[in-house]
Write a protein that binds this ligand. Structure first.
Ligand code: FAS
Ligand code: PHB
Length: 392
């Protein structure tokens, strides 16, 4: 059994799996250590929207075939408020698009790609700990199949999400964390029904936000703003549909198509950034370093952008003896992350019911919505952030 890899990746989410795939294409060996089972990883319902940059990376690296076949290419979204729906023409404004394709499907495609080349992924590991991250010979210890193992490596990639062990392994003295916890969450449902609209609908209503998304021609994904302490199992289908209809009703008589609800969950909401994203030979990517409210559909896409950057930096190190990318990783990644944090925060505040908003602030919120849908400049600002800024 091997005891050394150039890169040990902690976490088999979008960040860890894509990093492993990108490194393989560059001829750099890695191993992915994942605490959950493969079945759990492949069935975790999360993000749904892939930015243009994410689509391009998946297509250019040979893992986009099923996304192209089964995903839905979208060229616009709709903002609904005051009984009206307003289209933001994403592609007309930016020349870029989005694909609606569930995160867990991307996960399946990446695992299949790693398996096809006998890539190393260990599921169901426990007690992961990282060591000597400030040396040139870091190591990772973990337990798998009841055996304690330790791997030495040149680099550790902390792709283990918000609750992982890698970020806390960085000394508190060098870490600065920024956070905003929102006083609301999203109640998410999966529904057996045809699509109610051709494009995603983001609705701002006095009862709260709602989002109408999709997963396939027969499965739809919908959310509505709720108290983060809500327990999904206490909500009947009837009550859920009542809330969704009230928040998305429009003057033209359009109405959501109902169907059996087969999955319900409540997602808490926060904005979070941990700086720096590197310490010695430990590099963080994705949710281990940053979290956004899902309103702007940035979460998974930011994870992709991080590992695209980290893979290029590691390629320069291993094959061109150039460490500039590694030294500049955190600063460059954070520039893009703060932009995504602001866009997600801005979309969230513009579209959600803010219980602490004064009547004046409610007017400001409405005025901003009216401006965004009526001004080409304001629509372009939303559109270019939503489809994703070019990777650089
Ligand atoms: P992930 O959290 O996806 O992956 C981390 C992986 O590391 C997990 O598989 C975990 O099991 C593993 N891990 C953790 N600790 C470990 C340890 N100690 N050892 C080994 N492995 C360990 N984003 C959107 O854009 N739209 C959405 O609608 C949306 N909905 C979301 C709903 C929920 C409930 C959550 C939690 C997130 C949601 N997100 C959404 C954000 C989500 O898509 C993330 O941005 C994305 O999963 C980030 O990917 P990773 O950074 O790979 O982290
Ligand atoms: C989803 O389809 O899950 C989805 C789409 C857009 C968002 C968030 C989630 O902003």
């Amino acid at each position: 059994m091997r005891t050394h890899y150039p890169v040990v990746i902690v976490g088999a989410g979008p960040a860890g799996l894509l990093l492993s795939h990108l490194l393989h294409l560059q001829g750099i060996e890695s191993i992915v250590l994942e605490s959950r089972t493969r079945a759990a990883v492949e069935s975790t319902i999360r993000a749904g929207v892939l930015e243009q940059g994410t689509m391009d990376i998946l297509n250019e690296t040979g893992v986009g075939e099923r996304m192209r076949r089964e995903g839905a290419l979208h060229h616009g979204i709709e903002l609904a408020f005051g009984g009206q729906r307003h289209r933001i023409a994403l592609t007309e404004l930016t020349g870029r698009a989005i694909t609606v394709y569930a995160q867990h499907e991307v996960i399946k495609d990446l695992i299949a790609a790693r398996e096809a080349v006998q890539g190393d992924i260990l599921f169901d590991v426990s007690d992961v700990s990282v060591h000597d991250i400030d040396s040139t010979k870091p190591s990772v210890q973990f337990t798998v199949d009841g055996q304690v193992r330790r791997l030495t490596c040149d680099f550790i990639a902390g792709c283990d999400g918000f609750h992982g062990v890698c970020r806390p392994a960085m000394p508190a003295s060098v870490r600065k964390e920024y956070q905003r916890v929102y006083p609301f969450g999203w109640f998410g449902v999966l529904v057996e029904a045809p699509p109610s609209s051709d494009e995603l609908i983001y609705a701002a209503h006095e009862r709260g936000f709602a989002l109408i998304s999709t997963r396939s021609p027969t499965v739809q994904r919908m959310y509505f703003q709720c108290d983060p302490s809500e327990r999904a199992e206490t909500w009947s289908d009837e009550r859920i549909w009542q809330e969704l209809h009230m928040r998305t009703e429009s003057d033209d008589g359009w109405r959501l198509k109902e169907g059996p609800i087969f999955q319900k969950s409540v997602i808490a909401m926060r904005s979070f950034v941990a700086t720096p994203m590197q310490y010695g030979r430990l590099f963080l990517a994705g949710d281990s370093a940053h979290i956004v409210p899902p309103t702007g559909a940035k979460g998974m896409n930011q994870a992709v952008a991080d590992v695209w950057r980290l893979a290029r930096a590691l390629d320069d190190f291993f094959h061109r003896d150039n460490e500039a990318g590694l030294h500049g990783y955190s600063e460059a990644a954070l520039k893009r992350i703060w932009r995504a944090e602001h866009f997600s925060y801005w979309m969230t505040r513009m579209m959600h019911r803010l219980d602490d908003a004064t009547p004046f602030e409610q007017q400001m919120q409405r005025s901003e919505l009216e401006y965004v849908v009526s001004s080409r400049a304001a629509s372009l600002m939303l559109a270019e952030n939503y489809v994703g800024l070019p990777l650089a």
